[in-house]
Design a protein around this ligand. Sequence first.
Ligand code: SF4
Length: 245
Amino acid sequence: MRPGYLSEIFVSFQGEGAHVGRRHLFVRLAGCNLRCGYCDTPASLERTAAYNIHDDGRVEIGLNPVSAADVAALVGGLLDRKSPIDAISVTGGEPLTQAEFLADILRAGRFPIPVLLETNGVLPQRLPAVLPFIDIISMDIKPPSNTGEGAFWEEHAAFLELSLGKDVYVKLLVDEATTDKDVERAAELVAGIQPSIPIFMQPIVDPAGSSMIGPERLTHLYSIARLHLHSVRVLPQTHKLLGIR
Ligand code: SF4
């Protein structure tokens, strides 16, 4: 088993998507293949020499690279002590940049609760390595009009196809720069694969926590998506509203 790079582990309430409000243990892996302009986890974009474990107000520091067995043991210990926890959320950065490492953690851990993968959805070729260990998939669709990155429509479609059979939902972050065309294309993409997949339209916020999209524009983009899909919901990042991690 190859060692890998961890950013942090903590327990909190899931603040986004279909499982919002549930208590999750977050395993944040380090490194990302994108650089979205609105990214709110800049500390996890690069692989660093150390990682943090947040536990009851204390922060313990560990050194990278770390073995998958050690991460599995850390997660298992926290699950025992912090019960009840509804799911393990694997996030980043982009966790699939270390897909083999993640698969080794989940294989070693044999965790007794569901595992939720939070992903940017642009690395479908890396998904099969972890798919047997994942129960829930939260896949972003990254519209080029608001990320500052290129378009990934084909990658997202391939990723979503591979995710069928899991509890999958899509997150679409929006701001005033997000175009009608991009929202329409995202909705058509999901509808073309399985129209029952829920989409969560999530307003992008600035560093002060203020929404970067006004109510009229948000309603307009919602209406475009709703033309193609039954299950479209607008949901802010609730952990930021609560002032928690
Ligand atoms: S994919 Fe996610 S972690 Fe990576 S830059 Fe974009 S928002 Fe940040």
